[in-house]
Design a protein around this ligand. Structure first.
Ligand code: 2HG
Ligand code: ZN
Length: 458
């Protein structure tokens, strides 16, 4: 770092107060290692501003000093996108926790970027509404984080991803200027969609400080089925059948025999069904008794493609736990930090992709265990690779992502590019596309002060 560290830290302290500039090694430990345990960096300081004005002053100070900044929300990301690998300042949004307004008429929620998804959901539910986004890390993941990564989660099939829930945004540019696009309007077509651009920009264009989110009307009742399926094709046919029967899907999740066995071992759970199956589909549909009857009838029509099913009225935590415990079970049961590759393919390619991947891995990495699960309705598979030796991470990532590209897929479906996939963005975008992205980045952050090592570097 070019500046004198102590005077720079003192300057940050003069903005946010000394107690909010963390430099002690033990205190910053939780900010410099990611959730998977693979990415560990170091930082000159973790700064925790209390409001937008302080974020602006902190960024301006870092800009003047030429010190790069990594924004961080709940640190639940899975691609190393909020870890300071090169000594950057960590700008934590942990104190931007105000819920400013829930408007039950316009169905919007205005809140600080550091509000957790669970708190935002709770605030919305007090008005009979809900956030359109839900994900297993809801208790720690923040609104700023899900916007910055354009997070997906289990409700995308019904509500779309985070970008489509975002109505307005306040964000601070790298030089400290505050960008505000904040209109509680469904229709507002004046120029470029800047909130949409900042969504998914992974902290490279601006630091999100406040968000205006759409709220949804949640279903008053739901039915959940955990189905043992003969094949991925059979599971997809079932999803299609449910939609054609007029049912509204709230979720459609895929698991495998190996994944369910791993979760069962980790959580000491009994088998979800009294029959075994190579694949499991977890579906949630809205509605009461009538929906349940329609669900049963689609299951019956499926014949032998369905090996068995358990159906319960929502929220059916007992059935959901098999799906929601996957991430935790993978981390606990792998002998090395798991390699987590979040990919998508067209629906018709999921089965060929999974079959080819199994063969590729068996040939090249026979000792690695692969657990694939994810959001079937969105064509989104989470490829989790256990017991990968540190020296093999890059080669196995390359193998999987090249396989994805051969199936017309995306190397990042919902977790983002971060550091983990920065070297492979060329597999997902053309050269001109990458040039345009670099130009946008250079326009907003000419000196590359914000999260310089994620997404395509300049
Ligand atoms: C999920 O769908 C999350 O549960 C995490 O996106 C996926 O652990 C993973 O790979
Ligand atoms: Zn997911």
């Amino acid at each position: 770092m070019a500046v004198h560290t102590q005077s720079f830290v003192d300057e940050l302290a003069s903005i946010v107060g000394a107690a909010q500039v963390l430099t002690d090694r033990d205190v910053v430990a939780g900010y410099v290692t990611d959730w998977t345990g693979h990415w560990t960096g170091h930082t000159v300081a973790v700064v925790r501003p209390a409001d937008t004005a302080e974020v602006s002053a902190v960024l301006a100070a870092c800009h003047r000093a030429g010190v790069a900044v990594v924004p961080q929300g709940g640190n639940t990301g899975l691609v190393g996108g909020s870890i300071p690998m090169h000594g950057e300042v960590v700008l934590s949004t942990a104190r931007l926790t105000g819920i400013e307004q829930v408007d039950p008429v316009g169905r919007t929620l205005a809140a600080g970027a550091g509000v957790t998804v669970a708190r935002a959901q709770q605030a919305a539910r007090e008005h009979g509404l809900d956030l359109g986004v839900d994900l297993a890390s809801r208790d720690s993941a923040t609104l700023g984080g899900i916007v910055s990564t354009n997070a997906g989660g289990i409700r995308v099939i019904k509500n779309g991803n985070t970008r489509s829930q975002l109505l307005g945004i306040e964000a601070v540019l790298s030089d400290g200027r505050v960008l505000t696009r904040w209109k509680e309007l469904t229709k507002d077509n004046v120029g470029y969609d800047l909130p949409g651009l900042l969504a998914g920009s992974e902290g490279t264009l601006a630091v999100v400080t406040r968000v205006l989110m759409r709220l949804i009307v949640p279903p008053s009742e739901t039915q959940v089925a955990l189905v043992g399926a003969e094949s991925v094709r059979a599971a997809l046919r079932l999803v299609d059948g449910l939609q054609r029967a007029g049912l509204t899907l709230e979720a459609a999740e895929l698991m495998t025999r190996a994944g369910v066995a791993l979760v069962r071992g980790h959580r000491d759970l009994r088998a979800p069904l009294d029959v075994d199956a190579p694949f499991y589909l977890l579906v949630e549909v809205s509605g009461g008794d009538e929906a349940q009857a329609a669900l049963f009838s689609v299951l019956e029509d499926a014949g032998t493609a369905v090996r068995g099913a358990a159906v319960e009225a929502g929220p059916a935590h007992r059935l959901w736990q098999y799906r929601e415990s996957h991430t935790e079970a993978v981390s606990a049961e792998s002998s090395t930090p798991p390699v987590k590759l979040d990919i998508s393919t067209p629906l018709r390619e999921i089965e060929p992709f999974l079959t080819a991947l199994r063969d590729d891995l068996a040939a090249a990495f026979p000792a690695v265990r692969a657990i694939c699960f994810g959001h079937l309705g969105d064509g989104n598979v989470h490829v989790n690779l256990l017991d990968v030796a540190v020296g093999q991470r890059e080669a196995i990532t390359d193998l999987v992502l090249r396989r994805v590209a051969r199936h017309e897929g995306s190397i990042s479906a919902e977790h983002g590019v971060g550091r983990a996939k920065a070297a492979w963005v060329g597999l997902g975008r053309t050269e001109v596309d990458l040039e345009v992205m670099r130009s946008i980045r250079a326009a907003l952050d000419p000196a590359t002060m914000l999260n310089p090592h994620v997404l395509p570097a300049r």
